[in-house]
Design a protein around this ligand. Structure first.
Ligand SMILES: Cc1ncc(COP(=O)(O)O)c(C=O)c1O
Length: 426
């Protein structure tokens, strides 16, 4: 069998495990799965209902008015001129990322840590993948010298670097100065960049996101979708924007062939409804910025609580994740039989009901005790919870008021569980 050395995506696996435990009546603090839980915006619900009778296949690239709306949206948001011919729509950005990896057949260079699916996708395609070492103390910032060492080892003329800012699993963002250096390096060394910007609308300091495509338009592929800022992961729609010019056109032709032989086209009602998501309606824009502000309050609160316990946490700059490092507790953990990040996750789930994901799933060496904690699920487990918290925020609750135990009881219990866990090590 081809994929014997691979296992199902760990993010989906942890979610299924936690749901099973919940069904068995167990308490679990679900910090394992990153999914924004806010309601579908009413305008989008209405648009989807209005188009429920759309039943025909659509063009493989995507519905023309949607393509136009996407290119206008990205041109306006990223302050870069994108033409509609640069846009393709797919059933989630995950499969579009796979399609690009398939089409390029490139050696892949991944910052450490990197989202769980990039490397397995490369393996499924037989593409070589190398992780760029990074240091916890440097907030996992990309080190160009380390990248260069790996680039020198690669004999494949086609090379691809994936950037993901804001980042899953660290919640950190790449600053403009570093982006510019990366762009210069990639241009000089003929390295393409897949810029996974699926979280760019969830930057905690509004207006701070810059795309590498601003510095390196000819070599950057920008990816995004509706899954994160509009909580529409289940709609399965994503977008990719290829570079302008002949090279981008050639890649697009290949992506269209890939689409035509695999997903054919994204679900028609979803594409019609998605047009509204890209039209910059002020009510949707406001909703996204409110949801982002709530993610920021919750992530920053959890980070500050964990930091106060002495846990090293990555900067909370966007998305809804924290990379928490427990190396300073190594001795005590070893006494409990914990020597890898996977051991740590099992220990946290079995003994403290905390679900998380090991850094090793994100390319961090297993003996480094980094885990990914998602901040989007706690106190948003039930279908009515996200709106309850949203309404409190809209009624003027400050971050401090919002995070009080009465409004975030599960978060408070989870933070107590972390404190008890660390105490148990002494
Ligand atoms: C960094 C990153 N990229 C891509 C995706 C894929 O998102 P989708 O396929 O829903 O567009 C995810 C989802 O978990 C993600 O976290």
């Amino acid at each position: 069998m081809l994929f014997e050395q691979l296992s199902p995506s760990s993010t989906l696996y942890i979610n299924e495990t936690v749901n099973r435990l919940w069904q068995d009546g167990e308490q679990v603090f679900h910090m394992g799965f990153g999914e924004s839980r806010f309601d579908v915006h009413p305008r989008l619900q209405k648009a989807l209902a209005q188009h429920a009778n759309k039943k025909s296949y659509l063009p493989g690239r995507g519905l023309p008015p949607l393509i136009d709306a996407v290119s206008d949206y990205y041109s306006s948001k990223l302050d870069i001129d994108f033409a509609p011919s640069q846009v393709i729509v797919g059933p989630g950005s995950k499969v579009l990322i796979y399609a690009l990896q398939a089409v390029l057949g490139a050696d892949l260079f991944l910052p450490t840590p990197s989202w769980v699916s990039y490397a397995p996708q490369a393996s499924m395609l037989g593409n070589r993948c190398r992780y760029i070492p990074a240091r916890v103390e440097n907030n996992y910032q990309l080190d160009l010298q380390e990248l260069d060492k790996l680039v020198q080892e690669s004999t494949n003329p086609s090379k691809l670097l994936i950037l993901n800012s804001p980042n899953n699993p660290s919640g950190g963002a790449i600053n403009d100065a570093l982006l510019e250096q990366i762009a210069d390096y990639c241009r000089a060394n003929n390295i393409l960049v897949l810029s996974d910007e699926i979280y760019f609308q969830l930057c905690f300091e509004p207006g701070t996101h810059t795309s590498i495509a601003s510095y390196y338009p000819e070599g950057s592929f920008v990816f995004g979708g509706l899954s994160k800022h509009l909580s529409l992961g289940g709609w399965r729609i994503g977008v990719a924007l290829v570079p302008p010019g002949n090279f981008g056109r050639k890649v697009m032709q290949n992506l269209l062939i890939f689409a035509s032989e695999t997903w054919s086209s994204v679900s028609a009602p979803i594409q019609y409804a998605a047009i509204e998501a890209y039209r910059l309606h002020p009510d949707i824009e406001d909703y996204v910025s409110d949801c982002c502000a709530i993610h920021a309050i919750r992530s920053r609160y959890i980070r500050s609580q964990l930091s106060a316990l002495g846990i090293h946490c990555s900067a909370a700059e966007g998305a809804f994740y924290i990379a928490a490092n427990f190396d300073s507790f190594k001795q005590g953990l070893a006494n409990s039989g914990v020597t890898t990040s996977t051991d740590l996750c099992h220990h946290l789930l079995e003994k403290w009901q905390i679900a998380s994901l090991p850094g090793s799933d994100f390319g961090v060496p297993p003996q480094i005790l980094t885990i990914r904690l998602s901040t989007s699920y706690l106190d948003m487990e039930g279908d009515d919870d996200p709106d309850r918290i949203y309404q409190l925020y809209k009624s003027g609750h400050t971050g401090e008021q919002l995070m009080k135990q009465e409004h975030h009881p599960v978060t408070a219990s989870a933070m107590r569980a972390f404190a008890a866990f660390l105490n148990s090590l002494n």
